[in-house]
Ligand binder design. Structure first.
Ligand code: HEM
Length: 251
């Protein structure tokens, strides 16, 4: 893991954001291990997990209870985003713009060795935004399709009956997609990327070293520097281009 200048570090995530991430981590995993055995109840591993949770009734109860927690967490998150949108620093900054698409192509040129310059990312780079939006959108799909399965008689008072089996197919498919994207995409960014292996600690410690901030989020580095919010003793020069094409941060 690239450490940088000693222990010189700045805050990246507040305590509330870290608690939110931790609850998301726990609730998502519980939903995966109580949902997938229902989808694959005919398989040995699925059946064994259901028995482990105390039977199908208990497994469904845990799944629905934790689903309510996840939906509440999502609503809380949206409220916080709206309430803090005008903060001067460490803003939410997750909106996709044309600039992110340009950054993506420029970064591809850099990573494939066709350019010497990497785009200067702000607080979150295009990959972090893509991942965040996938979580947001995925949660909406899971919640809508889950609620259709949960309240079929209510839903079919307005919609045709076919929406219930369709919701089941979509819910199970999206569950697999979400799990695989966490295992492949999120684990790469947060654990296996050479810059952070074996783990990017920012979401747990709340801190990022000044050195990493400078290389991975140079625009935010400049912004904090202008506001005098960086620790004493770092170089006063603006953040430069990162040294090697090793991937983006999920800090
Ligand atoms: C976000 C809110 C969610 C709600 C309201 C919800 C609700 C439900 C409901 C009602 C069922 C049918 C079983 C039962 O009656 O208990 C179900 C099944 C399932 N859930 Fe969820 N769930 C949610 C999130 C998730 C998440 C995040 C995952 C995994 C990433 C997941 C994976 C599954 C799977 C795989 C099934 C089995 C589908 C099938 O039988 O083909 N659910 N869920």
């Amino acid at each position: 893991m690239r450490g940088g200048r000693g222990d010189s570090a700045v805050e990246r995530f507040s305590l509330a954001q870290r608690v939110e991430h931790f609850l998301l981590l726990i609730s998502f995993n519980v939903l995966v291990i109580t949902g997938l055995p229902q989808k694959y109840s005919g398989e040995g591993w699925g059946e064994r997990l259901i028995v482990l949770f105390g039977g199908i009734g208990q497994t469904r109860f845990i799944h629905r209870t934790v689903a309510v927690i996840l939906v509440a967490l999502g609503l809380y998150h949206l409220l916080v985003v709206v309430a803090t949108r005008k903060r001067p620093v460490r803003r939410h900054d997750m909106n996709l713009s044309i600039r992110d698409i340009r950054d993506m192509f420029a970064d591809l040129r850099f990573l494939s060795g066709r350019s010497q310059e990497r785009p200067r990312f702000g607080r979150f780079d295009y990959r972090q935004k893509f991942e965040y939006l996938a979580v947001l959108w995925g949660t909406v799909i899971m919640a809508v399709t889950g609620l259709i399965m949960w309240f079929p008689s209510l839903v079919t008072q307005w919609l045709p009956g076919v929406v219930v089996p369709a919701a089941r197919v979509a819910h199970g498919g999206e569950a697999l997609l979400a799990m695989l994207s966490v295992v492949l995409w999120h684990f790469y960014n947060a654990h296996f990327r050479p810059d952070v292996f074996p783990m990017d600690p920012a979401m747990f410690s709340g801190k990022i070293t000044v050195e990493r901030l400078r290389h991975e989020h140079p625009e935010e580095f400049d912004e904090l520097q202008e506001l005098g919010m960086l620790p004493e003793g770092h170089s006063p020069e603006p953040a430069g281009n990162p040294p090697a094409p090793t991937g983006s941060g999920t800090a």
